[in-house]
Design a protein around this ligand. Structure first.
Ligand code: SF4
Ligand code: SF4
Length: 120
């Protein structure tokens, strides 16, 4: 039976995403941090640092965001990922991005297993 199940694809499983398995996140949410896209993480760190900086000045929100969008253009151009593959049109446009996670960091789905849960 196990052999039969492993020959079936994992597509349709709630944990399945383009050949990868997210199940470990359920038992250990620490995997969420471990699998986060490193580019998005760097952008967020830069944004937090920027907010800390502007906190010291009396500037209005519009100006804060205007300055950030200029700064972000430079940050975006400077942060590269060697594993980037062009994908759908999101803010990052990487084909391996799944929400804020990188599929490359997730284990592959070997096929339908005993943890298979049908997607809602
Ligand atoms: S491969 Fe794509 S999703 Fe993964 S870390 Fe690099 S840019 Fe992010
Ligand atoms: S079938 Fe099993 S290995 Fe594949 S995504 Fe689902 S839980 Fe993970």
């Amino acid at each position: 039976m196990t052999e039969l199940l492993s020959t079936l694809p994992g597509t349709g499983c709630a944990y399945y995403t383009q050949g990868h398995c997210m199940r470990k996140i359920k038992s250990d949410p620490g995997f969420h941090d471990a699998w986060r896209c490193s580019v998005l993480e760097k952008w967020e760190t830069a944004f937090d640092a920027y907010l800390d900086q502007v906190d010291c000045f009396d500037i209005d929100q519009d100006t804060i965001m205007r300055i950030w969008s200029r700064r972000f253009a430079t940050i975006k151009a400077g942060v590269r990922c060697p594993h980037f593959i062009p994908g759908e049109n999101s803010i990052l446009s990487c084909g391996l991005l799944h929400f804020d996670l990188c599929r490359r960091k997730m284990p592959p789905c070997p096929g339908r297993c005993r943890f298979f849960i049908r997607e809602e």
